[in-house]
Design a protein. Structure first.
Length: 251
């Protein structure tokens, strides 16, 4: 472990959509690092172009260089190009919000998304949106697709972060993974947000980390029976289509 590198990354991770501008002290509280250490790290990150310093506010925010790193990490032109066509068609025909995500530490990060043209959803799941693996149906679907060793490692990290909430979350994750193995998809009929219901299914493509395809809609328009018998089956078929189209060709 290279401690200075780990500390620098911790400073970058302290920023979020809820905390765009942060002071030295705020970052120190968020990371647990001493204020002088945070100050030195921020000076280097500003010089490298990863952080911007506003002298008037006396605060910092992430700069465009970080965005470039993020896109380089999650972008996959072939997957997004092929998936986009299928996702848009599904979203329009079901009046749902369809998302494609992958894992970033303990979150599922949305890489691409499409809102059905007639979907009455006041919901923003634009690329870059994060969902906790431990507290989302997409996270459970992603866990189901991971190798056993990686899933076990993540479960330990998720338990440490969840604290007292972990027993309930662990039971829910186990239930969703069981649904994946039985049906190929898992459902959340208004469990986390009563007004919203979601369905998720994993996508496994050789040579790539697991992806997860999800659709979210109004609970009033997505009865459980419809989710299980129609939408879940259709979403799984889309995932299989993507796996077939994107499977590596043998020489």
């Amino acid at each position: 472990m290279v401690s200075p590198l780990a500390r620098g990354l911790a400073v970058l991770e302290a920023f979020s959509s809820a905390q765009v501008w942060m002071s030295n002290k705020q970052i120190a509280l968020e990371t647990g690092l001493p204020v002088p250490t945070v100050f030195r790290l921020l000076r280097s990150l500003v010089d490298l172009g990863y952080v911007h310093h506003d002298e008037t506010r006396r605060k910092y925010r992430l700069a465009a260089a970080v965005l470039g790193l993020g896109y380089a990490a999650i972008a996959d032109g072939a997957i997004q190009r092929v998936a986009g066509v299928e996702m848009r068609s599904f979203a329009d025909s079901t009046d749902t919000y369809v998302t494609l995500g992958t894992r970033d530490r303990l979150d599922v990060i949305v890489v691409d998304s499409y809102l059905g043209s007639h979907a009455a959803l006041a919901l923003d799941m634009a690329p870059g949106t994060r969902m906790s693996i431990a507290a989302s149906v997409a996270g459970a679907a992603l866990l189901a697709a991971l190798p056993e060793q990686e899933r076990s490692y993540l479960m330990v990290a998720l338990e440490r972060k969840a604290g007292r909430e972990w027993p309930a979350r662990r039971r829910r994750i186990a239930e969703k993974i069981s649904q994946i193995r039985e049906r190929g998809f898992c459902i959340s009929p208004g469990e986390w947000v009563p007004e919203l219901s979601s369905i998720s299914t994993p996508i496994s493509i050789a040579g790539h980390p697991p992806w997860v395809l999800s659709c979210t809609g109004l609970t009033s328009r997505m009865p459980r029976a419809h989710m299980e018998r129609v939408l879940g089956v259709r979403l799984t078929m889309v995932a299989r289509t993507l796996q077939e189209k994107l499977a590596p060709t043998r020489p």
